[in-house]
Design a protein around this ligand. Sequence first.
Ligand code: DON
Length: 590
Amino acid sequence: MKHNHINLALRFTLVFFLTVGSFAGYGFHHFQGAGELTVTAASRGPVRAPHGMVASTSSIASQVGVDILERGGNAVDAAIAVAFAEAVTHPAAGNIGGGGFMMIRLKNGKATAIDYREMGPAAANRNVYLDQDGNLIKGEGSSTIGYRAAGVPGTVRGMELALKKYGSGKLTWAQLTEPARRLAAEGFPLSHSYAASLRGNSDLLAPYEDSKRIFLNNGKFFKEGELLRQPELAATFARLQKYGPNEFYEGETARLIAQDMKRHNGLITLADMHNYVAKEREPLRSTYRGHEIISMPPPSSGGAVLIEMLNILEGYDLKSFGWSSADRYHLMTEAMRRAFADRAEFMGDTNFVKVPVAGMIDKKYAASLRQTIATDHASTSAEVRAGKPPGYESEETTHFTVVDKDGNAVANTYTLNGGYGSGVTAKGTGILLNNEMDDFAAKPGTPNAYGLIQGENNAVAARKRPLSAMTPTFVLRKDGSLWFAIGSPGGPTIINTVLQVITDIVDYDMNIQQAVDAPRIHHQWLPDEIAYEPYGLSSDTKHALEALGHKLVSKPRYMGDAEGIMIEEKTGVRLGASDPRGGDSAAIGY
Ligand code: DON
């Protein structure tokens, strides 16, 4: 048996070296500085491959996806295998105990969105995270830590729906869950960054017996290069493989989760598991300088906020301002401030509340907001309240992107919310549970873990989905063909990461790797400050922004982990870009 573990570890290490190594610097496929790279910002060139490409935060999972593509699977098949593999290799965010969104664009141009966001358990209500005095509960029992923080997981139902409707039919559920089962059973070697991440989260994980044993090596911690084996998770995947997705919601796995919840005063019951539904939704569509933008509708705020910001910025000739100019940062910040104010006021699960999505993404509304932006001084967030969009109508996440040989594409962002979610591994399942309930406004008007102020529309309720910022997005060429697909983790910074990647490509002619690498800023209305990455702004630019009245704060860490794929116009070559901010990320093609 031991032999096998080592073989698998070696195989992945070798595959990683051969594939990533050869694409990323040593081999024929790498064209840094070649012809089409007219912009010279220092980035390695994107990874090139003629047929298919997977860009994810986990090199092992990217290789799993490429294997599926090579076996004749389409982008959706590969995405499902990647999602399950990351539940093993990227336990901070990859999951079957959480939820997310899968945007799919088929080669015939049809685009759709699979919503597998967690749902509030039946016992959830607007007071469930408040103490007797109406204050937010802290620690165990709160919306952020422990058993009560978890919403009903959606990932397995989401993958089931995606496979049923959009899989190639060539690969079975059992085949797509197998790489994850094997990785969990045999283990995989922990990278330096992962070993450090697990140790760094010991306060969160240690109080829960199974989390401590599995992820903290029973308190002894794992070292770089050691194998992380997850036998209970392997057994869970084996059950899923044998009995199908219903097993998770109605079988032994559901029973184990509900039993552990009951024992620890959690909210999720067996009935909640039974009642979970994934939904197919119509994506939001708009244009930016003639390029169609296709993005995620509610219960994500991502698509609507992204489009509102792009619409505001479209009225300015961003290109005429230098990329790193204070003017560009100023206008971008003012767009962020206004769109995030609208997010706070209006957005929530549209199955429960009315959200003026059509108004928020209306170009005339953006024009009216532009009227409120001065070029010579910053607004304050105190003066910028949510606008009046017309017409009411009825720190871990992970994104990966897949394009197959036929041109079908998947942009998938899914999450446990915080890194390692609630910290709880449901006993006997190996499944880390999310803390997505904190994406609700546990107390409307009071900031959540991301400092986001959110309104009544996003108050906690049974069977409601918490508002998300996840923004898996497609951008098309003017001829209607796929140009690139992108997404990122980072809580509220997600939407601004996607915004900046899009404008860096459309307005500043960056290639996809340069756009992914480029330093980013973030403003979310409140707190009224521009956060920037370490070394991300020059002192001159900072001083110019301060002179306009902006407040600046340096983020201690980087923002996001954008994983994208672009299609090269003339050749159709797939150009993969993984984010250097993600320690183990890799774009791998074939
Ligand atoms: O859905 C959301 O918006 C959040 N739960 C995402 C959390 C996240 O990206 C954390 N990552 N750094």
